[in-house]
Structure formats: C-alpha cells, structure tokens
Design a binder for this molecule. Structure first.
Ligand code: ADP
Ligand code: MG
Length: 309
C-alpha cells in the first residue's frame, strides 16, 4: 500500500505522551497523519446517516485508526467510547479495538477471558467484603491484591496470612469496594513482558525487580533485559492477546513452578523500557500491522467500507 493512506491517530495526550508521538511519527511514514483528539469529536445523527467528525475532518476520509490514548481527562469517555464502537461497526480499522481495550483495563474481565480461552493463568477471586477476602487468604496462604482498574504496579499488595495481612485486606475492601485477589506465583525476581503485534511476538524482555522489590514494573524501578522466548511462552503470549482481542499488547508472564503463566494483558502498553533493551521501537511494528489490516479489510470487503459511516 502506497503513500496515499490517511491514518488517524487518536490521542488525548499528544503533548504529554511519548508513545502517542512515536505512533504519529511512524504513521507519517505510510501516509498523511490526522491527529484526532477525543475532545474534538462530534457525532451527527441525521436522516442522511451517521457522520463522525473531529476538528472538521470527516472520519470517512480516514483509512484506519490507531487508538493510542482514546480517553483520559479530555473529552467524555461515556460519549467517545460508543463513537469508537460505531466507527468499528461501520467497517473502520481501529487498533486496538475499543472492545478489547475495555476488557483489558478491567483485570477481572481480562482474567475471565484468559480462563475461558484456556490460557495458563493463576486463580483469581474478586471479593466485596472482608470475610470473603479472609476466606481466600486462609485457603491460599499468600496472595496478591490488586485494584480492579490499575496499572504501572500501583496499588498492588503482597498479602500474607497473618493478622496484619487480614487487616490489610479489610482496609483494601473498604477503599476499593471490590478487590481482585490473585494466587501468588513464586518466580525468579523477574517477569517476562512479551510485546505482541498482530499474530506474533514482536519483541520481549525480562523485567528484573530492583533489589528488595517483588513487583517488576519499570515504573517501580525494574531493569529491562532482552529475552528470547521459547516456543511455548511465545504461543502463550499470542494466545493471551487473542483471548482479549488486542492487536497490540504487552503480555506479562511469570515463570512459575509449573511453567509460564499470564498475569496481565495490557491494552495501552508502554514500550520505552523495551526499546531501551532491544533497540526496537514498537511504533514501527504497530503501524506496519495497522497498514496490513487496512489492506486486508479493503481486500475482504472489496472496497473500503467506511462510507457506511
Ligand atoms: N500473582 C502474582 N504473583 C507474583 N507476582 C505478581 C502477581 N501479580 C502481579 N505480580 C507482580 O506485580 C507486577 C504488576 O502486576 P500486574 O498484574 O501486571 O499489574 P499492573 O497493571 O499494575 O502492571 C507484575 O509485573 C509482577 O511483577
Ligand atoms: Mg503489568
């Protein structure tokens, strides 16, 4: 596909978000880039049909979209989420799909999809009261408590079956109303971040926890080291991405005693640490996949179908 493409990059944080900027730059290598700010979206429902515009540009004129930061402080998610759904239903390529992003931001929903797809993943219980939380702790002896909607390793607690541990669970239930409890997976002080784009793992790293820390998020000081996946782990990562429906994602994998297990699938993955370790900028890989998907859609539908929207 030549340089005639128009690619929309949807982002609420162009100035602040390095990842959005990288995606815009990469998109520019394939054609004209239209930056779409969620807060500028308008949707017109008239006898002529549905028209979605942003800053005066009709979305019909765009071949495919990268959903970089589809909602945040700017714009109203209750409005823009259905608009993204409408765009997809009308045949637009939207990567990642809004449906998949909504699943991925919810840890319970993600775990459910993984479990249903038969992806190796630790047991999870979501509780809304302290007694139930303590019952789970009694059974497992040790667990990881997480906010249902969290990222960057923030708010994650390792809980032991002690008086302090039980008090902490009561406090977490109080604070969050619903708490996600996951079986603790003993692992060698690191996890694997496999970056999946389309049907394959594009790059992967070990994230090695900083001394005295058990959480391996880069945001919490972990070091990144390049890693080559064995075939089983690679298959697991791709399976996890498919289970949630993400075109590009960072899959977090722990090397547990019974083999690799997926603990998280990220709908808005960061890749600065991965770039640092591997020299590979995922923005290029993502855009190559977006362009491939646009080409596939055009072939499948005979024509680009966006005129329905
Ligand atoms: N069940 C678990 N067992 C052991 N370590 C875990 C477990 N869940 C999370 N961790 C550690 O905490 C980190 C963050 O957890 P994760 O579920 O990926 O949440 P976040 O969305 O905040 O990144 C993981 O990368 C891992 O190092
Ligand atoms: Mg994570």
């Amino acid at each position: 596909m030549g340089k005639s493409l128009r690619i929309g990059v949807i982002t609420a944080y162009l100035e602040e978000d390095w990842h959005s900027q990288q995606l815009v730059e990469a998109a520019g290598r394939y054609g004209e880039v239209v930056v779409i700010r969620p807060e500028q979206i308008t949707a017109w429902l008239t006898p002529e049909g549905v028209t979605v515009r942003a800053d005066g540009v009709d979305m019909k004129s765009i071949n495919g979209f990268v959903l970089a930061r589809g909602f945040g402080d700017r714009g109203n998610p209750d409005f823009v989420v259905p608009v993204y759904q409408i765009l997809e239903r009308a045949g637009h390529v939207l990567i990642n799909s809004i449906e998949a992003v909504l699943v991925a931001i919810d840890k319970f929903e993600t775990s459910y999809r993984l479990q249903q797809a038969g992806v190796a993943t630790p047991s999870v219980v979501v509780v809304q009261d302290g007694d139930s939380a303590c019952e789970v702790l009694g059974q497992w002896g040790r667990l990881v408590a997480k906010p249902l909607f969290g990222s960057l390793g923030l708010g994650i607690e390792l809980v032991e079956d002690t008086a302090d541990g039980r008090a902490m669970l009561a406090e977490l239930v109080d604070r969050y109303d619903a708490v996600y409890l996951q079986e603790f997976v003993p692992s060698p002080g690191r996890d694997i971040r496999a970056f999946v784009v389309g049907p394959r793992v594009a790059a992967s790293i070990f994230r090695v926890a900083k001394p005295g820390e058990w959480v391996t998020n880069v945001h919490r000081g972990a070091e990144t080291v390049v890693c080559t996946l064995d075939a089983e782990t690679e298959r697991l990562a791709v399976q996890a991405a498919r289970a949630v429906g993400l075109d590009y994602t960072g899959v977090d994998i722990l090397e547990g005693p019974d083999g690799p297990v997926v603990i998280e699938v990220n709908g808005n993955p960061q890749w600065q640490g991965l770039l640092h370790a591997t020299g590979q900028n995922m923005a290029d890989t993502i855009l190559a996949w977006v362009v491939e998907r646009i080409a596939q859609t055009a072939t499948k539908g005979g024509e680009y179908r966006a005129e329905r929207c």
